[in-house]
Design a protein around this ligand. Structure first.
Ligand SMILES: [Mn+2]
Length: 405
């Protein structure tokens, strides 16, 4: 290697092209040099990397061909010449004799993982595993619903109630078909329009009062639970989380994170369920602890986090939500340990997965927000999220669209 090449040399990663490739493939001996007196000659040849005798060259030089191979793009450079050697004959006179000499130059690299194609094809065409996922008894059915915005004028209440009624009926059928004993119901926030959003400016578009909004939410929650109890659910878990519209008080003071009308509605529902233990003994409701904003529950062996999504900085997106989960994990907060995070707030169905942790945002149940439409052009696409869990894993997770109403 010349001096300039030495100065330009660099530690190129294995596998990257490095300089000029040696041309491969010629079986003919190429005569490089031949002296006139016949006492010295040099011939060289470059063998192709896939030549039959490459393995024997590797073996000859102690490289196991199963482990080593010629560096791709190179060949084995073989050089033959007749060397002159000084020796003595029988009488002790010094003579010069011609001796055939040979050298082989090869560059070897470790062989990549070798694959047995027959084995792979056999695995694809073999009888499928006998254990069928999605057919086992047990596990849980998940139903997540968000952003009803009860009370907002552009969201007519009878239309909304009809839409909720219809989708809950569809989902109860899905639940029955699933054969799962356990239904998990997630109320993901903004069930009502409230009186604090936009500094209270949304009240002009909110013709009914906060207690009327709460009454509708509370009774709708109870109706949904009742439908699943009637459908024969052996276990029912229900979650409600605080949200920006549900927040009980923001002015003149912002109160605790859990001080929220939707959370209070589920607490009231839970109180009523306790009055009829015979019918509801298998129903459990969960809300956040004091000054907590999320709920983490294990459902069918899967740790599920629930949050409305408004507390995640910026608008919820896959990367932001994953960063939020990761930072909660650094702090060892329960929501940092979830395998599924359910949120609402974004009014559109989204699923995002990183390293097997899934964030799913439920679509809204309201059909449209005029404020949001004017900002973005987006209108709603009402629906809910349904999923099935078996052996602690999500078998499927999807949006179920609401029938237009
Ligand atoms: Mn919201």
């Amino acid at each position: 290697m010349g001096a300039l090449e030495d100065l330009l040399n660099k530690p190129v990663a294995p596998g990257a092209p490095k300089g000029v490739q040696i041309p491969t493939f010629t079986k003919a001996w190429e005569k490089r040099k031949e002296t006139v007196d016949g006492g010295y000659s040099l011939t060289s040849s470059i063998l192709p990397a896939d030549a039959d005798d490459i393995d024997s060259i590797l073996i000859e030089h102690d490289f196991d061909p199963k482990v080593w191979m010629l560096k791709p793009g190179t060949g084995a450079k073989s050089t033959h010449w007749d060397g002159l050697r000084r020796t003595k004959d029988e009488s002790g006179d010094v003579i010069v004799e011609s001796v055939p000499l040979k050298s082989v130059r090869i560059e070897v690299v470790p062989r990549g993982q070798s694959v047995d194609m027959d084995e792979i094809i056999a695995a694809i065409t073999a009888q499928p595993p006998t254990k069928k996922r999605g057919t086992k008894k047990g596990g849980a059915f998940v139903f997540a619903i968000a952003d009803w915005q009860v009370g907002k004028s552009e969201n007519p209440l009878v239309d909304l109630a009809t839409r909720i009624n219809g989708i809950v009926d569809d989902v109860v059928h899905d639940f029955k078909r699933s054969g799962r004993p356990w239904v998990h119901i997630a109320f993901l926030g903004d069930e009502l329009e409230g009186v604090v959003s936009q500094g209270g400016k949304n009240m002009w578009r909110t013709p009914i009062t906060i207690t009327e909004q709460t009454r509708i939410v509370r009774r709708t929650m109870l109706e949904i639970i009742d439908r699943f109890v009637d459908a024969g659910a052996q276990k029912v878990t229900v979650v409600a989380v605080p949200s920006n519209h549900g927040q009980a008080m923001r002015e003149p003071v912002g109160t605790r994170s859990d001080d929220d009308w939707s959370v209070e509605s589920l607490i009231a529902v839970d109180d009523s369920l306790r009055m009829n233990r015979k019918r509801y003994r298998h129903v459990q409701c969960f809300v956040p602890g004091n000054d907590h904003a999320d709920v983490v529950v294990e459902v069918g062996g899967l740790v599920i986090g629930h949050a409305h999504g408004h507390l995640i900085q910026g608008f919820p997106s896959g990367d932001r939500v994953m960063a939020w989960i990761a930072r909660n994990k650094l702090a060892n907060n329960p929501v940092g340990h979830v395998r599924l995070l359910l949120t609402g707030h974004g009014h559109h169905f989204q699923v995002f997965e990183r390293s097997g942790v899934i964030w799913c945002m439920a679509p809204s149940m309201e059909a449209e927000s005029v404020w949001w439409k004017h900002r973005t052009g987006d209108i709603g696409s009402p629906g809910v999220v349904i999923a099935e869990i078996e052996d602690g894993q999500i078998i499927y997770l999807t949006k179920r669209a609401a029938i237009a109403a």
